[in-house]
Design a protein around this ligand. Sequence first.
Ligand SMILES: [Zn+2]
Length: 438
Amino acid sequence: MTLWLRDARWIDPATHAIRAGHLAVDAGEAVEPGARSGGTPAGVRARPPGSVRFVDTIPSDAETYDCAGRLVTRAFANAHHHVYSALARGMPAPPRTPTSFVEILQLVWWRLDKALDEPMIRASARAVAVDALRCGCTFVIDHHASPNAASGSLHALAEEFDALGVGHLLCYELSDRDGPERLTAALDETDAYLRTHPGLVGLHASFTVSDALLERAAELAVRHATGVHVHVAEAASDEEHCRRVHDTTVVERFARAGLLDSPRTLLVHGLHLDDDERARIAASPAWVVQNPESNRHNAVGLFDPRGLGERILLGTDGMHSDMLASARAAYLDGQQTGGCSPDAIVRRLRRVHEYLAQGGFAGDGADDLVVLDDPSPTPITQANWSAHVLYGLAARHVHAVIRGGRLVVERGEVLGVDTERILAQAREQAARLWRRLA
Ligand SMILES: [Zn+2]
């Protein structure tokens, strides 16, 4: 299938080279969940992803979208999200005000995740999917927790994302924090899901994961030929706990368990790493995910990329689905920690495509595009594109989105989807959830 884009101003996502003309967007080969070959993970793409090429003329009977001179570039992808927090906005205050990061988890997020059931999870997924698409984001890497509704939860998220046309790489946040019965259900869900879908093995964080669970998670990841997705040194207390209980650092502990051996592994946050841990990560094939707004929100510190190498991605940590906002926040935070260039931040925004392609994960391709209004009072050039991304572009400039070579958003509306109904259903589920938290 080919979609023809008339009068586009194409910005190469890697080189930022700019060229005006007509584009042919050739859709990649769709991959059926469960398609498996040899020792590769389920859902690995067997054929090349889609492509974009310039054409001199557009066939008269072709399916065409008129970009009217707008900017066209690769759609965005979110390297760390929590769909389960979608119904949290404006929820009742916790029983008392948290005074530490661990209390924020105990009094806010672990109360919320235990109250979730399947209708709430499905409503959260639909709300996140339409929000992500409207922000030009066509792929979400999610870290899910619903301890009293673990069974079937990843399958439910995947069904809702698939129905709305958002690519995904899911995992369940395994943890010992809710006792052995809930952990068994979460391990079973992870194993069952990874048998039929591409995904990751999720772990909450070192301080809620026993050695026995760490070993089981590492074994699951090897068995399913995938990586681990885990919070690392988000607060100083995670490192303190690890030294006290395990007599080592978080990264050293995870490295000994083999977690850092996979190029599919995602280490999230990494705020309180020492130099040895940074060097260990830099020497490994694993990736780090920065979540600047969440770090500010939890007052846990600022991300410092020094010594971590170049494999750094950006996420939103459940705060929203707007990757342009996350990139701008990362850029502003970078000025507080020794400075960073616009190009360095835009590389972080974009390397998620490399992570997904290298991991063989389906659902993110060159046929996923965003059409942007040009809001700029100054010239856009190959040399200054990153500055325009960080100082000028925002989600309100997303005019259209193409996923898998198909137009899915036009003028801010998700096509073929009753967004108002999805939001109304989410509000109903939010009211049920909040009653449980009151
Ligand atoms: Zn997170």
